[in-house]
Design a protein around this ligand. Structure first.
Ligand code: ADP
Length: 606
């Protein structure tokens, strides 16, 4: 029995544990990725914020620069000098008020005001408003002192009346070498905060004390970003720039903000732009997620590739095993086939041997058949020749007697008959030879009646001796049939001889009927006797060679066999039967032929 093939191994799952291990090993790769992404996004944000910062600083400086030179220029205006010169002249002060108001409106300054040498405000652009500076003393403000000292006064501070933030520029008003007063321009800085908008980045402008003065976050306003020194604290208390004398600390978590700053040297301020760290964290997280995803995909692809490789190896191994099994089976089958082949060879040899024996046996059989055929032939020849020989003997004896009695003419007639009979015997021998070689002549047209007469003539003497009455029923016109003259007479002679043989067994009256007629198929000839008829066995076997019911000396059993063969060779047939009224009835069926010219057969001498 062939060994069964090993079951194919099922595709195994990828080794998730080793993949997880690989993932753990590869995970640290995410750290440099995070680091790089952080650096990248931080620098991106920084460059973006730097631009914003630059823009804001430029804007702030633009505002400040616009008003920086204004106090000096305005200080030279005559109406203002007039007012300083005649502070009690309401017309002069009025004129100064109106002028300052006009200037404030035209320049966009929040307030423009004129102070005398004691720090009192003589005229102001807001003279007609409730929070008018007129009459107020601002000598405590540093800008006043700076202006009086001949410098440009600069100061950030909260308006003591308006409580509004502003930047103050102050310059001395001179009359020759003498300082007669100071002109101050207060610039509104509130709107610079509002410009900032609602971005995640926050603005914080700190002054020289580290206190937030402008910011996008109201809760950071006036908060100290660093601890103040004592000098600074006392300076704050003296100048009151903020609503509070001791600003609270602003605690900003360093990790929460990415800070960029720019110093404005002329004001001592620092503009800070604080971007929440989340702005960097978010894209870093996304980049990290993308990297992790890519890593995961890589690991999965690796896992799949490993699995495919393992499946491929499994398949190769399976195929290898299957091939081995197949080779084994082929070898087994080849062995079986070789055994079968050698057995077949043996059988073929035996067959050849048997064949040789068979051929030998066949040769022996052929030899035996030849001998048998020789026997049949010699029996047939002797049978066929016996009748004419008997007639010749009878004619010769007759001629002897006739010669004894000097009846030479009659003896000559007998000798002539003997000559004819020997010629016929030669013809019979020739025919038998031809019959044995199967090279008989083709049928020809033969008239039936002369052949019957000839056959009757051969047996006339015997018939008469036996007292057999002959009844003929033959048409006058010749019945032409397809036959050979000699063969037809041979058949008729045989049948007539058999009839006479049969009639010997019967007492008189003995009778022989011969009739012939033309039928649709051809010509039918009937020969009937009133002898004992065919026995049942004879009816069945009479056509077989050597079947005879007669004694050895009387019959050879070849007559009907030869007749049957000859009839079939002529395309006719011989039927054996018993007549209902007793006796044998032999019927010859012959094929019709066109009327022939010669009534003498040509084949006898052929
Ligand atoms: P043979 O005449 O030598 O016996 P045949 O072949 O001529 O051989 O005849 C075979 C047999 O057929 C005869 O032995 C005989 O029994 C039977 N037979 C032939 N003709 C007749 C006949 N006219 N009447 C009765 N029997 C016949």
């Amino acid at each position: 029995m062939p060994a069964s093939l090993p079951a194919p191994t099922l595709p195994r799952r990828p080794r998730w544990r080793s993949l997880a291990l690989l993932a753990v090993c590869l995970a640290p790769l995410l750290w440099p990725i995070q680091h790089l992404a952080e650096r990248y996004y931080r620098s991106e944000l920084a460059s973006q914020n730097r631009q914003t910062l630059d823009l804001y600083v430029a804007n702030l400086l633009g505002i400040l620069h616009r008003y920086e030179t204004l106090p000096q220029i305005l200080g030279g205006l005559p109406p203002l000098r007039e007012a300083l010169a005649s502070p009690r002249s309401s017309a002069a002060v009025d004129a100064a008020n109106h002028l300052l108001k006009r200037i404030a409106e035209q320049t966009g300054a929040e307030v423009v005001y004129l102070m005398n040498t004691t720090g009192d405000t003589l005229a102001a652009s807001n003279w007609d408003q409730t929070d008018s500076f007129v009459g107020r003393n601002f000598a405590f403000r540093p800008y006043y002192r700076d202006a009086m000292d001949g410098r440009l006064g600069r100061f950030f501070g909260l308006g003591t009346t308006s409580a509004k933030r502003g930047y103050f520029f102050a310059a001395a008003v001179r009359e020759g070498e003498q300082t007669i007063g100071a002109l101050v321009v207060k610039v509104d800085l509130d709107h610079t905060e509002r410009l900032w908008g609602k971005t995640p980045e926050q603005l914080a402008v700190t002054d020289q004390y580290g206190v937030v003065i402008l910011t996008s976050r109201p809760d950071w306003r006036y908060r100290a970003t660093r601890p103040m020194s004592d000098t600074e604290r006392s300076a704050v208390e003296a100048t009151l720039p903020y609503p509070t004398r001791a600003p609270q600390q602003l605690a900003l978590a360093e990790t929460a903000w990415l800070t960029q700053n720019r110093d404005i040297s002329e004001t001592g301020w620092t503009v800070n732009l604080l971007a929440p760290y989340s702005l960097v964290e978010r894209p870093v997280r996304s980049a990290l997620a993308a990297a992790a995803g890519a890593l995961l995909v890589l690991i999965l692809a690796l896992g799949l590739a490993m699995q495919r490789r393992r499946n491929y190896l499994d398949r190769i191994a399976f195929e290898g095993r299957a091939r081995q099994q197949l080779e084994l089976r082929v070898a087994e089958r080849t062995g079986a086939l070789e055994r079968l082949n050698s057995r077949l060879k043996q059988e073929v040899l035996e067959h050849e041997h048997a064949q040789q024996k068979l051929v030998q046996a066949q040769d022996e059989l052929v030899q035996a058949g030849k001998l048998s055929a020789l026997g049949t032939m010699s029996a047939s020849i002797s049978h066929e020749l016996n009748q004419p020989l008997a007639a010749i003997r009878s004619y010769a004896e007759n001629a002897e007697v006739l010669l004894d009695h000097q009846r030479t003419e009659e003896a000559r007639g007998n000798l002539k008959l003997i000559g004819e009979l020997t010629a016929r015997m030669a013809s019979i021998i020739a025919h038998l030879r031809a019959f044995a070689r199967r090279d008989h002549h083709a049928p020809e047209s033969v008239a039936l009646q002369p052949a019957i007469e000839d056959a009757l003539a051969l047996l006339a003497k015997r018939r008469r001796a036996m007292g057999v009455e002959l009844v003929r029923d033959l048409p006058d016109a010749p019945l032409w049939v397809q036959a050979g003259e000699t063969r037809l007479r041979q058949v008729l002679g045989n049948l007539l001889a058999n009839a006479l043989d049969a009639l010997t067994e019967k007492a008189t009256p003995r009778c022989l009927w011969i009739s012939a007629e033309k039928t649709a198929e051809g010509v039918t000839l009937c020969l009937r006797d009133n002898g004992p008829g065919f026995t049942r066995e004879a009816l069945a076997h009479a056509r077989e060679p050597f079947f005879t019911t007669k004694t050895r000396t009387q019959g050879l059993g070849l007559g009907l066999a030869i007749c049957d063969t000859l009839m079939r060779a002529l395309g006719g047939e011989l039927l054996l039967a018993n007549h209902p009224q007793g006796g044998a009835l032999l019927t010859l069926r012959l094929r019709p032929a066109r009327p022939g010219a010669n009534l003498q057969p040509p084949e006898e001498f052929a």
